[in-house]
Design a protein around this ligand. Structure first.
Ligand SMILES: O=P(O)(O)OC[C@H]1O[C@@H](O)[C@H](O)[C@@H]1O
Length: 435
């Protein structure tokens, strides 16, 4: 049993909090998480945290923004209640795919609406549906409605037809030649400029025709903002796992322990994939090559890479960019390795290529974070992938029920051991040794 420690769980992943606490031999701290009718978050900590070492566990999944605010409020509540130290434990770190350089479309699954859930086939190349009003990652008015209203208001005003409604400062302060006309496909809050037309003073044009190269004034710099919010709330330390971009740690001026899911994935390969030495580790894109080669090298396995033939500049390009296989996997088992699957577009397209063009006999996909937003599970079920292996850095119970191909590895031991070691001031480098 670990003493003088309090572990508090947010709303995102109660099962993981429970498992971590069982391994630490302590009950979870008592906390009431609720919402005011307007939607604001209310947090009440019922156990004393005065002088205690507090760990707040919240994964970047589900209603990501709500959960993040809940985490900030909980951290702040602990600090004002005189906690000695507060560590934010984020098994999946939210926003880590939005680096601090102005975000340029690649890397985030921008949502679309109107796709049919069950209409996928092996051949299909489906788009990504919008989040559901009651589902994960969504709340508020239906996608696009608010922006459409604001946009109409702005256009009415420009035409001199706006009446009593107050104007939006955000829209009216923009130069009129940059005001947007929405096509009805947009999702509020996304950066889907490619699909948008821009209303210019003299008519409607394409954004890409007129924008200056490298000029992305509408794109938030989310990287440092998220780091600053955590430290401003009072976090003294961060524990997370497999950051999409390990350099993200540089946005913090507090310690960040970026644990690895790799030992779990490696052990799965060694123990569950028959004759694994004859299989080939495959990275589904160049960005993940380092992660995948590290596993291939450690296990003495061959490596192949899927290369996107041209660098996509639009979201449609990203989903349709020609994929090219570099390496020989003919007649062999292929093991795709990536940090995460969100829409699962990447892994399902890669699996199709590996079987159809590469001649792979079987395709596994091993990922640390199985986010599986929208219709990702339906897509996997209809795909050429034989087995998907993820950790429970985000909840997987529902996904397991819906996807017979899905296997889940438990990360609670890794996080409980990290918490125990940080609490006792011990080195956690042992958790990074796995060769
Ligand atoms: O294709 P989906 O599953 O939406 O996105 C996952 C991919 O997007 C990248 O950021 C990840 O590293 C992964 O390669």
């Amino acid at each position: 049993m670990v003493r003088n420690i309090v572990v508090l769980g947010g709303s995102s992943h109660p099962e993981l909090v429970e498992q971590i606490c069982i391994k630490l031999g302590i009950p979870p701290g008592r906390i009431t998480l609720s919402k005011f009718s307007v939607g604001e978050t209310r947090v009440e900590i019922q156990d004393s945290v005065r002088g205690k070492d507090v760990y707040v566990i919240q994964s970047g999944c589900g209603k990501v923004n709500d959960n993040f605010i809940e985490l900030l409020i909980t951290i702040s509540a602990c600090k004002t209640a005189s906690a000695k130290r507060v560590t934010a434990v984020l098994p999946l770190f939210p926003y880590s795919r939005q680096p601090d350089i102005p975000y340029n479309k690649v890397g985030a699954p921008l949502a679309k609406t109107g796709t049919q859930k069950d209409s996928y086939t092996f051949e299909s190349r489906p788009g990504t549906p919008g989040p559901q009003p009651d589902g994960a990652g969504s709340s508020g008015p239906p996608a696009g409605q608010l922006e459409n209203k604001l946009s109409r208001l702005s256009l009415d005003k420009e035409r001199g037809t706006a009446s009593t409604a107050p104007s939006s400062p955000g829209l009216s302060s923009r130069p009129s030649f940059l005001r947007r006309q929405h096509t009805g496909n947009e999702i509020a809050g996304s950066t889907k400029r490619d699909a948008q037309k821009v209303v210019y003073a003299n008519g409607v044009g394409d954004w890409n025709q007129h924008r200056q190269p490298g000029y992305k004034q509408w794109v938030a710099q989310a990287g440092t903002l998220i780091a600053d919010l955590l430290t401003c709330a009072g976090a003294d330390h961060i524990i997370t796992m497999d950051l999409h971009d390990p350099q993200y740690q540089g946005f913090f001026d507090i310690p960040v322990d970026n644990l690895y899911g790799r030992p779990l994935l490696q052990r799965y390969i060694q123990t569950k994939i028959p004759d694994y030495q004859t299989a080939v580790i495959v990275s589904p894109d160049a960005g993940g090559a380092k992660r995948a080669t590290a596993i291939a090298d450690a296990l003495g396995m061959d490596f192949a890479l899927i290369h996107k033939e041209r660098r996509p500049t639009k979201i449609t390009d990203r989903q349709n960019a020609t994929m090219m296989l570099v390496g020989d996997i003919s007649g062999r088992v292929a093991i795709l390795v990536d940090d995460l699957a969100d829409t699962s577009n990447t892994i399902t397209r890669a699996a199709k290529l590996l079987k159809e063009r590469g001649g792979a006999t079987k395709v596994y996909a091993l990922l640390t974070h199985g986010i599986f937003s929208g219709d990702a599970i339906a897509r996997i079920n209809a795909s050429a992938i034989d087995q998907v292996v993820v950790t429970n850095s985000v909840p997987q119970n529902e996904n397991v029920r819906a996807c017979p191909k899905l296997k889940v590895l438990d990360v609670s031991s890794v996080f409980s051991e990290a918490i125990r070691r940080v609490h006792h001031g011990e080195s956690i480098s042992v958790l990074f040794k796995f060769d």
